[in-house]
Design a protein around this ligand. Structure first.
Ligand code: AMP
Ligand code: GLY
Length: 582
């Protein structure tokens, strides 16, 4: 079979890579394509629909997979179908789910699909007076396609009015700004839900979480996506069920009833709060970079699936997914998503051994003899699979470290949100905190504040080494039985408590000296730090209950990946605070 893929990004590279593995392929073509895709397929570098059509006829193309939304919104599906080419992708009317936010919002309203409340406007002054009736933050969306830049989240009325002027008067996005949608701001956590459908039947793909902002911890400007991972633990079985019932089924039914059945892949952007998903947006295509991990997890023939969708017989194929995790880290040009330099030589690509487990998908590169040059904002996507999310991320970042070029940027926190939810094996008690006196509570509070933030289970008791030695010993024994793996002992003056705890337990003990006498805590510090050989106690600074908790987290994170993630997030927050204070 002669297959054509349409688009130019990392998504199309992944689609081409997956199609290449199909025994059905006779010839594989991509248009426009990019430098990296040339290793998989014949790149035409054509964008004009008529030229694409005529070359498709010349090459005897039988199946087209349209990756990029603008071709779908402009009606390339119909053009190709009219020439007898099977197309994986929605019709022009169905493509309005992404091509017109007004259409998508009104469609959702008609079919009672949960989404943000909204109003549409075609007059800038009416839109501005509406702003004054609602509260901040203001969510303003150009109705048409705006290369992912048409959504403004404005903190105050001045920026919102300016945004309306830019979109509706200055026509920053051209005709896409003829109409705008102003909608309710949704709180929650975002996740992506993908289905493949032939209009009637559908299959659900692994869930994903994207990272849209430029900087770590979701700071900075919106980008096309700096990385993502699958599956996303936020989409639990019960949430997936709700999405199917409240979103997927009414969407497919509604589109069919209204006369434009949806075919292809539908990407549903969700905001989830208190286990209730709501639709942020529909996209009529695979996401980029979401497509890359999905293709690595797909354990079936993509060409067969695409053809079955085009021929409305999706039920004929069984689709398998690897029961693993996948992650992609995007390497971008310095400055992206604003102005950036192109044509920089990429170093280290040859050091990454690509396989079915690890791939470098090219998003914006150009081939120059036997090297690759940067040719876009998002340049490469390092995509790896692993038996779990932690492993997939480790593999990706190991390969990220091999590649470089001047100005290269990437996010170090891809997958952190997912890892934070991976609490398998967590016990009802992880850290036992013993303080020698009730007056030490404010020091214990510093520790428990960190544990609350990091989702560590703990228990605090008052028990003295000197005054209640039996009770102390019994508590240690019970705490161990209930799962405690680290002890924190807080004491002032002749602080023997940490030493006593260390003598009783085989788990690590962290001693916190307290300023509780005229010696200002130096007495406790020396008592704790001067342990006899063989019975160590980790000592932190005077009154530093917070550092004791962080050290406990570091110890526990050897066993619990979710704590490694919380701790890394904490370090990134600290780093950002220091940088921001300059
Ligand atoms: P979109 O281009 O529709 O994907 O929007 C870009 C991003 O803006 C989304 O991924 C969300 O993070 C954010 N966003 C869009 N609509 C809303 C909303 N109603 N409430 C909160 N955030 C939103
Ligand atoms: N990664 C977001 C998108 O493809 O729209």
């Amino acid at each position: 079979m002669n297959v054509l893929i349409i688009g130019a990004g990392g998504r199309e590279h992944a689609l081409a890579w997956k199609c290449r593995q199909s025994p059905k392929i006779t010839s594989l073509h991509v248009t426009p394509g990019n430098g990296g895709i040339e290793s998989q397929a014949d790149c035409w570098y054509l964008t004009d629909h008529d030229k694409i059509l005529s070359k498709a006829k010349d090459e005897g193309i039988q199946l087209a997979i349209i990756g990029q939304e603008d071709y779908l919104v402009a009606g390339l599906t119909e053009k190709l179908e009219a020439a007898g080419i099977a197309v994986f992708g929605p019709s022009q009317l169905a493509a309005r789910l992404e091509g017109s936010k007004v259409f998508a919002k009104e469609f959702m309203k008609r079919h009672k699909i949960p989404t943000a409340r909204f109003e549409k406007f075609s007059d800038v002054n009416t839109a501005k007076s509406y702003l004054r009736k609602i509260g901040a933050p203001y969510v303003i969306k150009a109705s048409g396609l705006a290369a992912g830049k048409g959504v403004l989240i404005c903190p105050d009325i001045e920026t919102a009015e300016q945004g309306l002027d830019d979109i509706m008067v200055a026509r920053q996005f051209g005709a896409a700004g003829e109409q705008v949608v102003i909608e309710e701001f949704l709180e929650g956590e975002e996740a992506s839900f993908f289905i493949i459908t032939d209009g009637k039947n559908h299959i659900t793909l692994p869930s994903l979480q994207d990272h849209k902002r430029q900087h770590e911890l979701d700071q900075g400007l919106n980008t096309g996506g700096m990385g993502c991972y699958a599956p996303a633990p936020i989409i639990t079985k019960s949430i997936a069920q709700i999405v199917n019932q409240q979103v997927v089924e009414p969407t497919l039914r509604g589109m069919a009833e209204e006369g434009y059945p949806y075919k292809g892949v539908l990407y549903i952007g969700l905001m989830i709060k208190d286990d209730q998903p709501r639709v942020v947006e529909y996209n009529i295509r695979f996401g980029d970079p979401e497509c890359q991990p999905l293709m690595m997890l797909l354990d079936s023939d993509l060409v067969e699936i695409a053809l079955a969708v085009a021929e409305s017989r999706l039920n004929d194929v069984t689709v398998h997914w690897k029961q693993q995790a996948a992650a992609i880290v995007v390497l971008a040009s310095g400055g992206y998503p604003e102005a950036y330099e192109k044509g920089v030589t990429i170093q280290g690509l040859e050091e990454v051994v690509v396989s079915e487990q690890q791939m470098v998908f090219h998003a914006g590169t150009r081939r120059d003899q036997n090297r690759y040059l940067t040719a876009g904002g998002r340049v490469l996507g390092i995509t790896c699979i692993g038996d779990n999310l932690e492993e997939a991320l480790k593999n990706s970042y190991r390969n990220v470290a091999r590649i470089s070029w001047p100005g290269m940027q990437y996010r170090r926190d891809i997958g952190l949100k997912g890892l934070k939810r991976m609490t398998a094996g967590k016990k009802e008690l992880q850290v036992a905190i013993i303080m020698g006196s009730a007056s030490d509570k404010k020091i214990a509070d510093k520790a428990t504040a960190i544990f609350d933030q990091f989702n560590v289970s703990y228990e605090v008791v008052v028990s003295s080494a000197h005054r209640t030695p039996v009770r102390t010993r019994r508590f240690i024994e019970e705490a161990e039985q209930r799962g405690a793996e680290v002890f924190i002992a807080i004491a002032g003056m002749a602080a023997h408590l940490p030493g006593v705890v260390a003598a009783e337990t085989r788990f690590p003990v962290i001693g916190v000296p307290v300023n509780a006498s005229t010696l200002g805590g130096q007495d406790a510090l020396l008592s704790i730090v001067q342990m006899p050989p063989g019975i160590p106690v980790a000592t932190v600074g005077i009154d530093r209950g917070d550092n004791a908790a962080l050290l406990a987290v570091q110890i526990l994170s050897i066993k619990y990946p979710y704590l490694k993630a919380f701790h890394f997030e904490y370090r990134l927050q600290m780093e950002q605070k220091v940088i921001a204070s300059n």
